[in-house]
Design a protein around this ligand. Structure first.
Ligand SMILES: [Zn+2]
Length: 102
């Protein structure tokens, strides 16, 4: 996956990133070119996490057969959730963040 640094506009491959702040839910990354930090837009990241959680939650409900009369509703909600999460993963913009306080 190609990423663009919001600081220096340099394009690089996500596997070129050497530093990543995993203590943040926003997955802050360091640009290999200018060494500045960035992450995906925080609002979008929250929506993405919600989408993935929805898929997990609705899948668990379906597997355990809880509220089986709503199975179709759960499947639809889960599908929409993961669909939105995927769109954000591929088209979400990166934004600048400060140095992580580690
Ligand atoms: Zn950069």
């Amino acid at each position: 996956m190609k990423l663009t640094c919001p600081h220096c506009q340099e394009k690089f491959n996500s596997k070129d990133i050497k530093q990543m702040n995993k203590s943040s839910i926003y997955a802050e990354k360091q640009c290999p070119s200018c060494l500045a930090w960035f992450c995906q837009n925080k609002k979008l990241t929250l929506i993405k996490i919600t989408g993935i959680s929805l898929l997990l939650l609705t899948s668990v409900l379906n597997i355990l057969n809880i509220y089986s009369e709503y199975q179709l509703v759960f499947s639809t909600v889960g599908f929409v959730g993961i669909f939105v999460a995927l769109i954000i993963t591929f088209f979400g913009k990166n934004e600048k963040v400060g140095q992580p306080n580690t």
